[in-house]
Design a protein around this ligand. Structure first.
Ligand SMILES: Cc1cc2nc3c(=O)[nH]c(=O)nc-3n(C[C@H](O)[C@H](O)[C@H](O)COP(=O)(O)OP(=O)(O)OC[C@H]3O[C@@H](n4cnc5c(N)ncnc54)[C@H](O)[C@@H]3O)c2cc1C
Length: 500
């Protein structure tokens, strides 16, 4: 049910104070592009475009998938294309912000050190100077301490629960690790997923929570870790996630990985580097409002321009296409997780007892995913001011219901929810925070629901249409940088072959 702001919260937000009269907190919502998206959904009439342009390839969407398609085309010496981006800036879920204290992410904030088989990621990271002579740039390998968990009233190192577990809990964690090792050895769980994923799997017939239960994994701590992990990577609870995808989270990475790679602005660092090379192709603030086939050509229309092209690389969300092209049926079976990302500016760090702050700070049994500290990679000795990026995957209700709550709840109420969440571990958080900005991302990422491996809608995105190639991470059924890059490059390969 959409929650209504309480009177206390409304009064508090009006004066910028909480009821306990802490320091004022300012802020607001950022990006707020729902109106452009909803105008497309509602088939609003758009003005006739003022100009027309012919090009061999048009890329729709300037997130990591669209930019990766462009990266690959340009590397092959192909330059006759544009990237049409709805927002004022390209980047999608990898956008970032900057204030007087630090840069900070608005979504994606790390990439695990890629396995050797993730060849495209390694190629890009070598080009960007992250991987030189077989060594990862130490500046951007996450510094210690990497992760901590607030459990039973105190912080412990790492996010795998350790404090207060029974011998049976510990045994189950060891048994789970052993099962994951076996799964890893099957070669099914790889990145990009396309190089390992089977066409079908019994693991994809059930949800991850059910799989844990039916395999004797009943420890509440293990259940929490599994649920935390699926919320973290897929924005969905373990009971809404395919067991295959849940296992992929644990089994797809090489065991001896170091890292992850992370930056103050998160994956915005990669975005910035890509835009230095590819920004010239981006047409920002150009939402595509219609796509259609006319004879052998495709037409892609924005408010200003009608593009006629030989091939389309579609790197915008898959659910949107039905509103752009009336011949495409609506997506019925796949769904997208809504997210709330908050950037909190702190004038000082909260007081700590025990462990020092880590890069990633998680509270056991919190509905949120905790926060990352944007200044963590700074090499200067001490920073008082910082920015916390607080992540909240709204996985408790159905995506549609959670989206309604996300959009109908005002800033003051969200501010209170976030501060109350942080207060579990930081009693003095209200004395530290001076600003909270919020990004409501209604369709943050596609969910790998049970049955996603064989899902006909996802299959249709994989197949594409005649010289129309889907590129976003949606094609993989789950959204991480590596999948967006792989799908972008695959679409570019096919598009180039299609127009040559
Ligand atoms: C909160 C959050 C945290 C995340 N954290 C991580 C992380 O730490 N590490 C990681 O690897 N991944 C993370 N991800 C996953 C992230 O989605 C991927 O890493 C990747 O950025 C997805 O890229 P994409 O291009 O597939 O999609 P998107 O980033 O969604 O890009 C789609 C683009 O299409 C544009 N668009 C939409 N409609 C139109 C239109 N009509 N016309 C033109 N353009 C349009 C959008 O504006 C957007 O720029 C996170 C995602 C979220 C939501």
């Amino acid at each position: 049910m959409a929650s209504r702001p309480t009177r206390r919260a409304i009064c508090a937000s009006l004066v910028g104070l909480t009821a306990k009269a802490e320091r004022p907190v300012t802020g607001g919502f950022v990006f707020e592009s729902q109106n452009s998206g909803h105008a497309i959904r509602d088939h609003r009439q758009f003005p006739a475009p003022k100009q027309s342009v012919k090009l061999p390839i048009v890329i729709v969407g300037g997130g990591m998938a669209g930019l990766s398609a462009a990266w690959w085309l340009e590397k092959r010496g192909f330059r006759d294309f544009v990237i049409l981006e709805m927002e004022k800036e390209a980047g999608g879920n990898s956008r970032y912000g900057q204030n007087e204290v630090s840069a900070y992410p608005w979504g994606a904030h790390y990439v695990p050190v890629p396995n050797t088989e993730s060849v495209l990621v390694r190629e890009l990271f070598t080009e960007l100077g992250l991987f030189v002579d077989g060594h990862w740039d130490e500046r951007w390998l996450c510094h210690a301490p990497q992760e901590r968990l607030f459990l039973h009233g105190r912080w412990q190192e790492g996010i795998e629960p350790d404090i207060g577990l029974t011998a049976e809990d510990h045994r189950q964690f060891r048994a789970f690790d052993a099962r994951i090792k076996e799964f890893r050895a099957t070669g099914q769980f790889r990145i990009p997923m396309a190089i390992g994923a089977p066409a079908d799997s019994p693991l994809d017939k059930v949800n991850f929570r059910h799989w844990l239960d039916s395999n004797g994994f009943k420890s509440p701590y293990l259940h929490w870790l599994a649920d935390y992990s699926t919320r973290d990577d897929y924005g969905a609870s373990s009971s809404d996630t395919s067991a295959w995808a849940g296992i992929h989270y644990f089994a797809a990475r090489d065991h001896d990985e170091k890292g992850p790679l992370t930056w103050p602005e998160g994956n915005g660092w990669i975005l910035r580097k890509l835009l230095q090379k590819l920004g010239k192709y981006v047409r920002a603030s150009q939402p595509v409002v219609r796509i259609g086939k006319v004879g052998a050509a495709w037409e892609v229309q924005t408010a200003e321009t009608l593009y006629t092209c030989g091939a389309v690389i579609y790197a915008a969300p898959a659910f949107l296409l039905t509103y752009l092209d009336s011949t495409v049926p609506p997506v019925k079976t796949m769904n997208w997780s809504p997210w709330l990302v908050a950037n909190l500016t702190l004038d000082r760090m909260p007081a700590e007892k025990g462990l020092e702050p880590a890069w990633d700070n998680v509270t056991y049994n919190s509905p949120s995913l905790g926060y990352v500290v944007s200044t963590h990679q700074n090499i200067q000795m001490r920073t008082d001011r910082t920015v916390f990026t607080h992540y909240w995957a709204l996985s408790g209700a159905s995506p549609a219901q959670a989206r309604r709550d996300l959009l109908s709840t005002d800033w003051g109420v969200w501010k209170e929810r976030i501060l109350a969440d942080l207060e579990r571990a930081h009693r003095d958080i209200r004395q530290c925070v001076s600003r909270i900005d919020l990004f409501r991302n209604g369709h943050g990422m596609v969910r790998p629901i049970p049955g996603f491996l064989t899902n006909p809608e996802r299959k249709s995105w994989q197949n594409g249409r005649e010289r129309f190639y889907y590129a976003s991470a949606d094609v993989s059924g789950f959204s991480i940088f590596e999948e967006a890059q792989y799908r972008g490059v695959e679409a570019a390969r096919r598009a180039l072959a299609g127009v040559s």
